[in-house]
Write a protein that binds this ligand. Structure first.
Ligand SMILES: *[C@@H]1O[C@H](CO)[C@@H](O)[C@H](O)[C@H]1NC(C)=O
Ligand SMILES: *[C@@H]1O[C@H](CO)[C@@H](O)[C@H](O)[C@H]1NC(C)=O
Length: 268
């Protein structure tokens, strides 16, 4: 009966699609990540070499069977995150490996990807063991919206402004407690970061005054209010004034947290 045959085929279609394995490139990269980060404990690569078969906890994929997100925070991972593996996951939109024991392959640095991940919007590597931020790190994530690098034992990290400026879609930038000493004043530019909502720079070694021009082309509150940010008045976010949006794309307020930076001056 042809109708029945069609129904049977249609009924089997989702199963046939669902059974398609992950892209071989993604599978190889994921297997290598499983190897170097100790994610075997999460079941990665144990039952199956296919990261899209459901046995890889925290790994999800898109309709084309490409790895789309990896959520493995507080997973007891320890080892190395290789740049060459990450950069093969070309459809990755979210990577959350926070609260683990990961470090970088090259001198413990955060991974410097050989080719950018064009779709990565969320990157969370907080509370790991990364020791540095290589020049060009940010340029590998042109679609980045949210990044959290808090609580890594980085030694005197310096962000190159032209590197960070490649992430013009940033909404949330959090680098608490990474021994940052230079104030990233370019992040106050609403022209460069029109979508920015949250800037967290707490528990660092920022020193000197907040640069005079900070936020001048945006709607960040007048500088006199920075005096609220002495260490004993921590955690009081300052907001961009939004009563007088200067014609620009400023529907948002931006919270800026520079609390617990013992060496930061009152700016005025
Ligand atoms: C992962 O580790 C296994 C076992 O040690 C090894 O056979 C395999 O080649 C490794 N795969 C990759 C992609 O590194
Ligand atoms: C800062 O991060 C380190 C890890 O690099 C952690 O051990 C420490 O507790 C954190 N300090 C604060 C004040 O959060």
């Amino acid at each position: 009966m042809p109708v029945l045959a069609v129904l049977v085929i249609l009924g089997a279609l989702p199963w046939i699609i669902a059974a398609a394995p992950a892209s071989p490139d993604d599978a190889a990269a994921m297997q290598s990540i499983a190897n170097t980060t100790g994610a075997g404990a999460l079941g990665w690569g144990v039952k199956s070499a296919d990261p899209c078969d459901g046995s890889w906890v925290g790994v999800s994929f898109d309709d084309a069977r490409r790895v789309a997100s990896i959520r493995a925070s507080r997973a007891g991972l320890a080892g190395w995150l290789y740049a060459s593996d990450l950069s093969k996951l070309t459809f990755l939109t979210e990577l959350d490996l926070g609260f683990n024991g990961l470090t970088g392959q090259t001198g413990g640095d955060l991974p410097l990807l050989p080719t950018p991940l064009q779709h990565l919007r969320t990157l969370d590597l907080r509370s790991n063991r990364f020791l540095g931020v290589p020049e060009g790190f940010f340029a590998a994530f042109p679609a980045l919206e949210t990044i959290n690098l808090d609580d890594n034992p980085t030694v005197g990290p310096r962000f190159r402004p032209d590197d960070v400026l490649t992430c013009s879609g940033l909404q949330s930038f959090s680098v608490n407690n990474i021994s940052l000493s230079l104030f990233p004043d370019y992040l106050g530019s609403a022209a460069a970061f029109p979508a920015l909502e949250s800037l967290s720079l707490a528990r660092n070694e920022l020193h000197g005054a907040i640069p005079a021009g900070f936020g001048n082309d945006g709607n960040i509150v007048p500088r006199r209010q920075w005096s609220e940010f002495t260490p004993h008045r921590a955690h009081r976010p300052v907001h961009r004034r939004h009563e007088e949006p200067r014609g620009g794309p400023f529907a948002n307020t931006v919270s800026v947290d520079v609390s617990a930076n013992p060496r930061i001056d009152k700016p005025c």
